[in-house]
Structure formats: C-alpha cells, structure tokens
Write a protein that binds this ligand. Structure first.
Ligand code: TRP
Length: 334
C-alpha cells in the first residue's frame, strides 16, 4: 500500500514499434487502472539489451515509448513512468535475487528457450537471468498487482516463488504480487496470419498496425488484411481473419461482436475493412495529437523523466536498503 492505494507495476520493452495490439491489450487497461492503483510503469530498457541493440535506435525507441505512455492517457504526474536504467536499485536487487534463484528454475522458462532458439549466436547470461531482473522490478515497489499478458505468467510465478523464498528466510520483506490478466483485454492477431498474435517485432510490416502509422497506412493495412473466401460476415473461429477484424472493431468502438455482425449483415468484406480502418484511425487520432505536442515540448518531457526517476528511486531504494540489511551487508555510515 502506498498513500492508501494498492501498488501496481508493469513494464514494456522499448524494442519494436508498439502496435494497436499493445494498446488495446495493455496500455488501454493501464489507463483505466491508474485511478485505482498507485502505478509504476517502467520503460524496461535494461531488459532490451539481452538482445543486441543499436544504441541510438534503443535510445530513440525508449523516448518514444515514454511519450506513447503519456500520449495514450497515462498521467505522468500521478503514475510514475520512468526508465528502468535510471534507477540503479533494479540492478542491485537483481544481483541479490540472483542468489536466491535456482538454475533449474530459470532453465524451465519457456521464453528463455524460445529466445535462445531465436538468438542462437548470443545466448548470454542476461537472457538467462532476465526473469530475475523482472522480479526485481516488481518487488522493489512492493507491487500488489502486475498486469501482464499470459506469455509473462511464468515469469510472474517465478517472481512470487523468489519473494516467498526470501520472506521465509528473512521475514516479511516483500509483498507477494498477484498477476492481473486483463479481463476482456482484447487479443489482437496478425493481419497477415490471423493464427499468430500481432507483434511489434513481426518482420512483415503489413501484419501489424503500429500506433504511429498514419491514416493512409492504417487504411491500406486493413484493406489488405487476410480474410477468407466464404464471403459472409460471421464471428467464428473458422474465419480467423474476419474474427480478428471484428475484434479490432469491437475494441476500438466498445461494441460486441454480435452487434458488429448485425451492423454489417449482408455486406461485403470491403465495407467492414474500411469501417475497421476508420475505427482505428478515430482511436489513434487523439494519441497522435498528444504525441506531437510532447515531441515539441522537450523540456517538459525531460523534466518528467527526471522527476519520475527520482520518485521511483525513492521507493525502490527503501526496499533495497531493507533487503541489503537483511542479507547482511554492512551499514552505510552517515
Ligand atoms: N518481460 C516483460 C515483457 O516482455 C516486460 C517487463 C519487464 C515487465 N519487467 C516487468 C512486465 C515487470 C511486468 C512487470 O512483456
């Protein structure tokens, strides 16, 4: 609890361009949750370097993600939005937690297995201990809830196990966080292969609608979306491309699939695709406007980055000092 509110932590990597899938599945929920919880949202740039990055590109993307968080509606004066690399407590706690995590546990992580297969030439120790840094992120702020996608639930389980293990030895140091799987958090699929999740790292740019895509691009991608040859607008698993378009429409307009099927009854796919394009553009317009304003106000964003890094450090260091004391590090003379 902080200021009478439960604490929420989540983070996103600054790799790849955010898609409407990230927005509709995660960011939109974060904005909703920010009234109820004391929120910390990290731009987790330390996680990003577990895979080789171009430095200038990483810096640019991290800044862009920071501005997107704000443009999407997170109030940076309430929610603490910050760069993970600006708060050194993350690295310090991660080291300590490494010593309370077993190789066997990390070996079981499916994301590690997937990523090692994908980056066989660079299976570094950071990739292996990635989940421990993630545990540090969460435990530093004594988070009660962590909204993440289902693909992160194994990491969350591990975080809980590490925290429970530590608490069993040293007493109640960490809050045990609950995973928060967004209720109807829309799951948006690729426009080119609707059996795959829409991903910010998809190699086919037509597969994903990026949050910063302009209106023509959005429309073009919607029109090119893969559907089927049935020619009837229905909402069912046998027509995954169509189903996905309907899901996108629903998430943008806050309507139900039934309503959409009724609305477009008897019409061709082209009509629906155009309507989806318009719905996405309506959704993105305010976000683009806000983003442009932030881009023009460098001093304002810089100040926020500084203030929030200080705020995050304050809370993180409180936990870190406690942990350091528990494990037996010498006191710091004042
Ligand atoms: N690993 C998460 C992802 O790729 C990002 C992340 C890092 C995170 N630290 C976190 C998410 C802490 C939630 C809480 O999606």
């Amino acid at each position: 609890m902080l200021d009478g509110k439960k604490v929420l932590f989540s983070g996103m990597q600054a790799t790849g361009n955010l898609t409407i899938g990230n927005y509709l599945g995660a960011l939109k929920n974060w904005v909703k949750l920010s009234d109820e919880y004391m929120c910390f949202y990290g731009v987790v740039d330390m996680h990003s370097i577990t895979v080789r990055q171009d430095p200038a590109e990483l810096r640019k993307r991290a800044r862009s993600l920071m501005m997107l968080y704000i443009a999407a509606g997170l109030n940076p004066e309430e929610a603490c939005i910050y760069y993970q690399s600006h708060v050194s407590a993350h690295a310090e706690l991660a080291w300590i937690l490494n010593c309370f995590t077993y190789m066997g546990e990390l070996n079981r992580m499916t994301q590690f297995k997937d990523k090692s297969a994908k980056h066989a030439d660079n299976i570094n120790a950071g990739l292996f201990t990635y989940p421990v840094l993630m545990a540090a992120d969460i435990l530093l702020y004594q988070a009660d809830v962590v909204p993440v996608g289902i693909d992160q639930s194994q990491h969350l389980e591990l975080t809980r196990d590490i925290a429970i293990r530590f608490n069993n030895i040293y007493g109640d140091v960490f809050t045990i966080p609950d995973i928060y799987l967004g209720k109807a958090g829309a799951k948006i699929m690729s426009l080119q292969d609707p059996t795959k999740k829409m991903s910010k790292s998809d190699e086919n740019p037509n597969a994903s609608i990026y949050l910063m895509d302009d209106e023509d691009t959005v429309m073009r991608k919607c029109k090119r979306a893969v559907t089927d040859s049935e020619g009837i607008i229905m909402y069912r698993d046998e027509q995954p491309g169509l189903k996905n378009l309907i899901d996108i429409y629903c998430a943008c307009k806050d309507v139900t699939p039934d309503e959409v099927v009724k609305e477009f009854d008897g019409q061709g796919y082209g009509v629906l695709k155009e309507a989806v394009g318009n719905a996405v553009n309506d959704l993105l317009r305010p976000l683009h406007d806000n983003y442009k304003k932030l881009e023009q106000d460098k001093a304002y964003v810089d100040q926020l980055i500084k203030n929030n890094a200080e705020k995050a450090s304050y809370y993180a260091n409180k936990t870190l000092r406690k942990v350091q004391k528990k494990v037996g590090f010498p006191e710091r003379p004042r």
